[in-house]
Each structure stands twice: as structure tokens, then as C-alpha cells.
Design a protein around this ligand. Structure first.
Ligand code: ADP
Ligand code: ASP
Ligand code: MG
Length: 459
């Protein structure tokens, strides 16, 4: 039997995560299976749903969907998965197809119930099917290339609270369960498990938030004391900015935990914002690379790196909400901020950026449309209005310039703002962190701003 101490001393244990595009179709899954096969240290595989499936499931979990719409969505998901299984050997294909059919029956029962009586609990159950399907299929693809791979239900170890749509993992339980239950199995087989999903104390399915498979993989790597975490995606590493915004973006060879965490937090979609927290706690190096072009290498994220440039990257987070609260009572008064934050804390709202003046405070909130709950509800606004005048603005984007020593470097204000002096800057945050300078711009200006800044700071 394999124990944690043995693992640390004798074996390298890599947790490998494959995102949606990496498991989108048969050819993509086959490439991932080769990656696993090529390095025997890859022991635990965490997969996302096949590309597009979670978006279908989000629609399926919505209120008031007709039976026709439900059937149409489920058929589309079915087609994506059958497209993969048809390439497998006959008997394997048949067994898998019947497993898939019974999972989809279960899914349509959930969908029917959801259309009659909508709940966020049911929405999570629905969302979990993408990873349930892809993990079963990928385990078979692994076997087809000669790897002793098996499916593992992550809900046995990933216990969470009951905050559906954004569940919090019980790390203590995860650590114990991984050591006692998962680690011994990894000595025998490569296990394929689901990212993104968990289970609460009532036995109900929960999810960790969109893009959460990266975080699941990092938590599992931490609990297993893995030697490395590999995040396989559709780009050859972390770039100086989102390569979809500018073709001048270039891959970064190595980056520190601190900088990469800032990038993830400030919207670089490449990593879920919480991914690096478990890796940093255990000092587990993280690799980010492309499952399409593994030979091209990727980005190494480590505690310490050789170079610490002033400018490392630019991240962009869309769909930001800016709330300005204003009250003359704030003038020379104390306790006003505590009252405002008291209300936000009661509603479990987390604030990103803050600026203050004599009688007003501006606060930003992340408000992605893919999230199951709208964060800034009218209840919150009404409660704030009891205290002060409230203005809510939508349609903004947060641009974050990430680097090192930004709090004490000379000339960065000029370099950044001169470059974009034809754009209205709605709010600026600088000074709290050596690793970032952030500001808000109108959504329509965002891509142009990032492009111009990238040209100025990186080319
Ligand atoms: P996966 O499905 O593998 O989790 P995601 O779509 O979540 O993949 O993340 C990969 C995408 O992140 C890339 O295709 C890229 O467009 C985007 N991205 C945003 N910022 C960056 C960045 N700084 N470097 C690389 N990719 C980025
Ligand atoms: N499948 C989930 C999503 O699309 C989780 C993930 O891929 O990380 O959000
Ligand atoms: Mg992702």
C-alpha cells in the first residue's frame, strides 16, 4: 500500500487536469491519453466536461424550459459524447453508450423537475453531468492506449458545504479521504476523476463555480502531496495577455506564484482564481501547457523565479459592476465604512476594488453572467439605500497591469495612462499591492486598451 511518506520520498505524483477543449472530441482525448502514457508519474487525471457541454447544462438548468427545449439540449450533449465513443472498440463503445444513456435519463428527470420547480440545488445536480460523462469516457480512452486507467467518483472525497453554485470544500475531510482512500488506489491505477463538482453533507451534488476544475485539481494535488500539478489547456502556457485579444501576446516561460495568482484573480481565464491557493500552501510547482502541442512546453509557476520584471502581464475581467455609495454623514464621521461593509458581509458579497473620497466610496463587484446567482441583488441595494445614496453602474471592465515592485517603480503612471489618454478611466487602484495596478474602463473600450497597453509595455 502507498502511504503519503512513501509517495514523497520514492515517487513523483503528478495531478494532470484537462480542460474542456482538451476533452472536446476523440482526437483531443487521444492526445491527452498519450500525455498521460508518456509520463508514468501522471497518476490522477482531473477532467472538465467536453467543450460546450457545461454551457448547454447551464441552459438546461434554467427556469421555464419547454420539454422540446430540454430534449433538444440533451440530444446535443448526447451527440457530443457519442461522437467520441464511436471511435472505441465495439464492446467498450456499447458498455459506455449504455452508461451514457442511463446518465442522460437521470439528467432528463432532473431537467423535468427543474422546469416544474426551479432550485439552485437542482441546477447544480444538472451542471455536474458534463464532468460525470467526460470522466467515464476518458477512463476508457486511457485504457484504449494501454494505460491502466479507471473512473473515480470525486464526490467520495470532495465534500463541501451547501452553497450551491459556489460550494466551499472541506479541506480537512479532503486531506483525510485522499490519504486513506485515494492514495492507495493510485499505486495500482491511474484514476480519472471529475473537476468542478462535490457533494454536501446531505449527499446532494454541489459545484465549485464556473471554471472550477482547475481548483479541484489543485485541491487534490495539495491533499495528495503531489510533486506537480499540470494544467493542460488550449494554449501553450500563460501569455503576457489573453492571446484572443492580441496576436502580439507571447507565452511566459516562468512566473511566480504571486504574479500568476494576481493574473488569475484579475480575470486571466487561463486559471480559475483560486487555483494557486492550494499549490502555494504546499509549494507544488504548477505547469500550464497545451494538450494540442505538448512538445512546445509551457509555463512553469513556482515560488521563486529568476526574473521579476516590472511588467509581467495584463489581465482583463469583463462584466464588472461599480457601486458608489454617498453620504454627507461620512464627513469626519467614523463607523460609516463598517456599516457599509457590514451589509455586504451579511450578504456574503466580496468587494474587489475600493476607492474613497470625503463623502463617498466606490466599490467594484464581479458579476459574471455565467454565475448561477446574481450577486448584487435589489435587497442589498435597498439595504444600502437605508444608509446612503447608491448608484449602480454596469458594463465596465477591469484592466489589471501585473508585475513586480509596481508600488515603488517610477514612471509607471505615465507609461500606462499616457498610452490610453483618449480613454475615460472610471476608477484607479494603486498602492495596495506591489504586484498590480488596476483600473476600470467602459466595456466597449476594454480590448483596445489592453491592445495599446500591451504594445507599449511588452513589444
Ligand atoms: P480550459 O477549458 O482548458 O480550462 P479556458 O478556456 O478556461 O480553458 O482557459 C484557456 C483560455 O484562457 C485561453 O484559450 C485564452 O483565450 C484565455 N486566456 C485569458 N488570459 C490568458 C493569458 N494571460 N494567457 C493565456 N490564456 C489566456
Ligand atoms: N465544466 C465547468 C465549466 O465549464 C468547469 C471547468 O471546465 O472548469 O465551467
Ligand atoms: Mg478553464
Amino acid at each position: 500500500m502507498l502511504h503519503q511518506e512513501q509517495t514523497k520520498e520514492n515517487l513523483s505524483l503528478i495531478v494532470a487536469k484537462f480542460g474542456g477543449t482538451s476533452v472536446a472530441d476523440y482526437q483531443a482525448m487521444l492526445r491527452c491519453a498519450q500525455i498521460i502514457k508518456n509520463d508514468n508519474n501522471n497518476r490522477l487525471v482531473v477532467v472538465s466536461a467536453s467543450a460546450g457541454v457545461t454551457n448547454y447544462l447551464v441552459r438546461l438548468g434554467q427556469e421555464n424550459l419547454s420539454i422540446e427545449e430540454q430534449t433538444d439540449i440533451i440530444e446535443k450533449i448526447h451527440a457530443i459524447q457519442l461522437n467520441i465513443t464511436q471511435h472505441l472498440e465495439n464492446s467498450v463503445e456499447q458498455n459506455l453508450n449504455s452508461e451514457i444513456a442511463s446518465l442522460l435519463d437521470e439528467l432528463s428527470t432532473h431537467a423535468l423537475k427543474q422546469s416544474q420547480h426551479h432550485s439552485i440545488k437542482q441546477a447544480d445536480a444538472i451542471l455536474s453531468f458534463g464532468e460525470q460523462l467526460s470522466s467515464r469516457i476518458f477512463a476508457q480512452v486511457l485504457q484504449s492506449v494501454g494505460v491502466n486507467g479507471a473512473y473515480f467518483n470525486v464526490q467520495q472525497v470532495m465534500k463541501t458545504n451547501s452553497v450551491y453554485g459556489k460550494a466551499v470544500v472541506d479541506i480537512e475531510q479532503l486531506n483525510v479521504a485522499c490519504n486513506e482512500f485515494l492514495l492507495p488506489k493510485l499505486a495500482e491505477q491511474v484514476l480519472v476523476t471529475q473537476g468542478f463538482i462535490g457533494q454536501d453533507g446531505l449527499g446532494e451534488t454541489t459545484t465549485l463555480g464556473r471554471g472550477g476544475s482547475d481548483y479541484s485539481a489543485a485541491l487534490l494535488a495539495e491533499a495528495l502531496h503531489a510533486t506537480n500539478l499540470s494544467i493542460w489547456t488550449d494554449v501553450v502556457g500563460i501569455f503576457t495577455t489573453d492571446p484572443r485579444i492580441t496576436d502580439q501576446a507571447r507565452a511566459i516561460k516562468e512566473i511566480s506564484f504571486g504574479e500568476a495568482a494576481e493574473m488569475a484573480t484579475f480575470g486571466a481565464k487561463i486559471l480559475h482564481p483560486a487555483t494557486l491557493i492550494p499549490a502555494m500552501r504546499q509549494n507544488i510547482p504548477v505547469f500550464v501547457g497545451s494538450s494540442k502541442e505538448p512538445e512546445k512546453g509551457g509555463t512553469q509557476i513556482r515560488q521563486k523565479v529568476a526574473s521579476n520584471p516590472t511588467y509581467r502581464s495584463i489581465a482583463l475581467r469583463r462584466e464588472q459592476t461599480l457601486v458608489t455609495v454617498k453620504s454627507p454623514a461620512m464627513l469626519h464621521a467614523s463607523g460609516f465604512l463598517a456599516q457599509v461593509f457590514g451589509i455586504l458581509a451579511k450578504h456574503e458579497l466580496s468587494v474587489d476594488l475600493i476607492t474613497t473620497s470625503e463623502i463617498s466610496i466606490a466599490l467594484t463587484f464581479d458579476n459574471p453572467s455565467g454565475s448561477t446567482q446574481s450577486l448584487l441583488t435589489s435587497t442589498v441595494v435597498k439595504e444600502l439605500e437605508q444608509l446612503c445614496e447608491v448608484t449602480v453602474e454596469h458594463g465596465l471592465s477591469l484592466v489589471a497591469v501585473i508585475g513586480n515592485g509596481l508600488d515603488c517603480a517610477k514612471g509607471i503612471g505615465q507609461a500606462i495612462f499616457q498610452t490610453i489618454n483618449d480613454t475615460n478611466i472610471r476608477l484607479i487602484c494603486h498602492g495596495a499591492s506591489a504586484n498590480n495596478l488596476c483600473f476600470l474602463v467602459d466595456e466597449k473600450d476594454a480590448n483596445g486598451v489592453v491592445e495599446k497597453l500591451h504594445r507599449e509595455l511588452f513589444v
